[in-house]
Design a protein around this ligand. Structure first.
Ligand code: 5GP
Length: 217
């Protein structure tokens, strides 16, 4: 799990989790982060839900049937998994471990249940960010604009949002997505600051020793 900062000091890779009720803008923020942060790699989840128009197998999700998903659970292939809106969702373990050991940070778009499991397994390496919509009206508008789900599904997502919101206090950072550019700048600042945390920067002792040797000359 060794990554290297811009300053060349080695550090442990981090697991950057974005959660929010559906429609709070998390997917847009994730895409922006991936575009602008080359050291960050998305964890692609497996799910039993139906593919939506525009989604791509292996990019948005690995779409699998229930039997395949259950086999993955049995064989310990998932780092965490949960039931969300009557479908199963889970994070394949191998790509995350490979990315972290190749020195990359990993971005997760998972719900509060998955975040809890990840935090139990790797607390020091997990950074949890919760995205809030500025209002209920805004959330509903975004769910409709997305136009990928039926009215019934949207109603279900709205009522689940109340429940999901109640988990806000389990996160390290809360970002209110009033405006996507401001919210993005906030999320990016969190990532930048977390990358600089002393505890992750395993190469600092060596760096400072070298500095001291130079000063003593
Ligand atoms: P959607 O069906 O809108 O893509 O996602 C529904 C919810 O499932 C979102 O809140 C998303 O964060 C969550 N989710 C997606 N992948 C995973 C996963 O691998 N594990 C968990 N626990 N939740 C996930």
């Amino acid at each position: 799990m060794v990554a290297s900062g811009f300053d060349g000091v080695e550090r442990r890779g981090l697991m950057f989790v974005l959660s929010s009720p559906s429609g709070a803008g998390k997917t847009t923020l994730s895409r922006m982060l991936l575009e602008r942060e080359p050291g960050l790699k998305m964890s692609v989840s497996a799910t039993t839900r139906q593919m939506r128009p525009g989604e791509v197998e292996g990019r948005d999700y690995y779409f699998v049937d229930k039997q395949t998903f259950e086999k993955m659970v049995e064989q310990g292939e998932l780092l965490e998994w949960a039931t969300v809106f009557d479908n199963l969702y889970g994070t394949p373990r191998a790509p995350v471990e490979a990315a972290l050991s190749a020195g990359q940070d990993v971005l997760f778009d998972i719900d509060w249940q998955g975040t809890q499991q990840l935090h139990q397994k790797a607390s020091v390496d997990v950074v949890r960010v919760f995205i809030l919509p500025p209002s209920a009206a805004d959330l509903e508008k975004r769910l409709h604009t997305r136009a990928q789900d039926s009215d019934e599904v949207i109603r279900g997502r709205m009522s689940r949002a109340t429940h999901e919101l109640s988990h806000w206090a389990e996160y390290d950072y809360i970002v209110i997505n009033q405006n996507v550019d401001d919210a993005f700048a906030e999320v990016q600042s969190i990532l930048k600051a977390e990358r600089l945390k002393r505890e992750r920067r395993t190469g600092l002792t060596e760096f400072v020793r070298k500095l001291q040797r130079q000063l003593e000359k």
